[in-house]
Structures are given as structure tokens and as C-alpha cells.
Design a protein around this ligand. Structure first.
Ligand SMILES: [Zn+2]
Length: 369
């Protein structure tokens, strides 16, 4: 039923409307018209003003033709740089960019799949329950659109996010929480040759702290990393200040609390020993989520996969997505593989067959609820 030629044409059109993060307005206006044409009531929320985007999240609702619980489909509109002037190129039934930008299948393949499914729903007069759509802004670089979404507008308790890189059939049921840890170590400068004993080397303090830290793979659920360390001007100066940026992730919020506290303590202890000062800022970027393997929402997707001849499989991820934020706001959400290959690179591409399959899957999910 999915119209292969139409979905490819639409997808190509979508990626050619620039929507780099914080500049989603042109695309949001375009997609609003599409949704209105399909009978949706569309609302743009206030998130843009709060986070510095030139538009808000697109929230759209379609009344059901039968009495069922509402379900939500969610994708993000923004694309990671470089993504201005995308020119899609098709080779051997695979869609690429021209090599100078990303393709933007992350996440416009998801949007194209949803819109195509909705078109078929309308054309074939297929019965359905209430459908809600969120096309978010500013997902890349912090999930800020989803964090500032007007949740009071939504009624759904189940959300299907289309934004994972795996094969169609992949059902992400576990995602980690992430903390960012920014540290400033403040020592004291001195001439390194004349009077080093008068100084406190912030580099030595940082090195001491990091050397006592458990890092990288902590356990099967938890990771931690020192990402950057910056400071120092010259070899003849005892360095008075360094800045360190670190992160920690875990599928368990409790384990993450523990890991972050451990890293903070290492910096504090080292500073104390050396007589230095530390300023530490920790931020929970997003919470972890776990959806039970036997949950109804997983069953819905598995059954829909079987109907369209895709092999379903549950999976976990190491990255964050709007799925984390939806779950944190009381909407049970899973992230579905849409076959976006090599996202965030100039080699990003998608197989046309995957684009078609995820659209079939969306349609089947709607039909099955
Ligand atoms: Zn994405």
C-alpha cells in the first residue's frame, strides 16, 4: 500500500528544506501545512522562545474514527551540521547526500514515514483511534525541544519515537541517563624556575584526581569519560587553572548518581590535598528509561513488524533521544530503528526499502491499536 515513489519524492523534498538545529521554522511551516491537509489540528508550542530556536515544537492531533486510546508518534525536525543545502542523490536504491553535508535521514526519514502512513490512512479511509504527533525542535545537542514540550497538550500514554539507527524492527527499550561534569581546578601561579614552591599546579591536581578515578567501562550498564582538559600557557609558569569536561552514563539512575558522586569526590579530595580549589558543576542531561520486554507497547510493535514481514528485536542504546524525555514526563516511549545509516557524518544514507518498511510499520501500528 505504501507508495514507494511518493515517499522517496517527499523525503527528498523534506531534506532540501534546511532545518539545522535552532532554525527549524521553514520546515515546521511546511510540515504544518502537510498535517493540516491530512485533517490534523496543529499547534506550535512555546519551546522555541525558551531555548533559542526560531520556532517551537509541532504538536498535531487527529481525532479518531473509532474509540481507542490515543497514540503518539514522535520525530525531530532539526538536523545536525553540516546540513544546509542538502542535495539527495540516489545510487542503487540508496539515498545519499552529495557528500558535502549530512543527508538528514536523522530524522526526516521518520517524518516521511509517518506522513506517508497518514496519507494512506486518509486515502483508504482506514479506521483508526486518535493520533498525536510531535515533531520536535533542537533535539541534536541536548534534547531541548522535548525538554520544553507543552506536555499538557498531549493525551497519549504511549509514544513511538522514530529515531534510531538500527534496522527496521529494532525496538529500543533501554536508554541511559547522562550527567555532564564541568570542573575548574584553581591552583596558584608561580615562576616554575625561580619559585615553584610558591605555586599550586592545577594540572598536577587534575592529574592526581583523574588517576584515582574509575573511568571508561564501569560495569555493563555504566560508562564514564574525561572528554577535554584545557589549561596552561607556558612551561615556565606553574599553571593556575585548568578546565575539565567529563561525562558519565548509566542505564540505572542510581548507578549514575554513584559514579558522578565518585568523580566529584576525587576532584575534591585531590584539591584538598594540594590546597587548591575546585568549582564543580554537574548536570543531569536526561534520565534513564527502561520499558519492560513484555509491555503492551513492545507487543504492539512486534505484532506490527510480523504483519509487514520485518523481524522485530528489542535492543538498548548508549545514546540519548527524545525517548528519554518522553518517558521522564509520564509517556511510555520506545525508540524504533529506521535504518538511518552513519548519522552525523557526510556518508549518511538510507536504503529506500527501509524507508518504505518503516512507513508500513507506522501504518500497521496505527491499525493495530
Ligand atoms: Zn536523531
Amino acid at each position: 500500500m505504501v507508495n514507494r515513489e511518493r515517499i522517496v519524492d517527499e523525503f527528498k523534498k523534506y531534506v532540501q528544506i534546511d532545518s539545522p538545529t535552532k532554525n527549524e521554522k521553514e520546515f515546521s511551516q511546511f510540515i504544518t501545512k502537510e498535517l493540516e491537509g491530512l485533517g490534523f489540528e496543529v499547534y506550535i508550542d512555546n519551546a522555541g522562545k525558551k531555548v533559542g530556536s526560531n520556532t517551537g515544537n509541532v504538536i498535531a492531533k487527529l481525532k479518531g474514527t473509532k474509540d481507542r486510546e490515543p497514540i503518539l508518534f514522535s520525530c525531530h525536525m532539526d538536523t545536525v551540521s553540516p546540513s544546509v543545502g542538502i542535495k539527495p542523490v540516489i545510487k542503487n536504491d540508496i539515498i545519499y547526500s552529495d557528500g558535502t553535508t549530512v543527508l538528514g535521514a536523522d530524522d526526516k526519514a521518520g517524518i516521511a514515514a509517518v506522513i506517508e502512513a497518514l496519507k494512506i490512512l486518509k486515502e483508504k479511509d482506514i479506521e483508526h483511534g486518535p493520533i498525536e504527533i510531535v515533531f520536535s525542535i533542537y533535539e541534536e545537542g541536548g534534547l531541548f525541544g522535548a525538554k520544553n514540550l507543552e506536555y499538557s497538550k498531549l493525551e497519549s500514554k504511549k509514544a513511538f519515537v522514530l529515531d534510531s539507527g538500527g534496522d527496521p524492527g529494532q525496538i529500543i527499550i533501554k536508554g541511559p541517563a547522562q550527567d555532564k561534569i564541568n570542573v575548574k581546578v584553581k591552583g596558584r601561579s608561580a615562576h616554575a624556575g625561580v619559585a615553584p614552591e610558591e605555586g599550586i599546579s592545577s594540572i598536577n591536581v587534575a592529574a592526581n584526581a583523574i588517576s584515582r578515578m574509575d573511568l571508561l567501562r564501569i560495569d555493563e550498564e555504566t560508562t564514564a569519560n574525561i572528554g577535554t582538559i584545557k589549561g596552561g600557557k607556558a612551561t615556565n609558569i606553574v599553571t593556575p587553572e585548568v578546565s575539565i569536561k567529563a561525562e558519565a552514563r548509566s542505564l540505572s539512575n542510581e548507578k549514575l548518581d554513584k559514579q558522578t558522586a565518585h568523580m566529584v569526590k576525587c576532584f575534591e579530595d585531590a584539591a584538598k590535598e594540594f590546597g587548591a580549589e575546585v568549582e564543580i558543576e554537574t548536570t543531569r542531561m536526561y534520565g534513564a528509561f527502561t520499558v519492560d520486554e513484555s509491555d503492551e507497547i513492545v507487543e504492539i510493535v512486534k505484532k506490527a513488524c510480523q504483519k509487514v514481514d520485518i523481524k522485530p528485536f528489542t535492543d538498548s542504546t548508549g545514546g540519548g533521544s527524545d525517548t528519554n524525555i518522553l518517558n521522564g514526563n509520564g509517556i511510555k516511549a520506545i525508540n524504533l530503528g529506521i535504518g538511518e545509516r552513519k548519522p552525523h557524518t557526510l556518508e549518511e544514507h538510507i536504503y529506500i526499502k527501509d524507508l518504505v518498511n518503516i512507513s508500513k510499520l507506522v501504518l500497521e501500528i496505527i491499525k493495530s491499536v
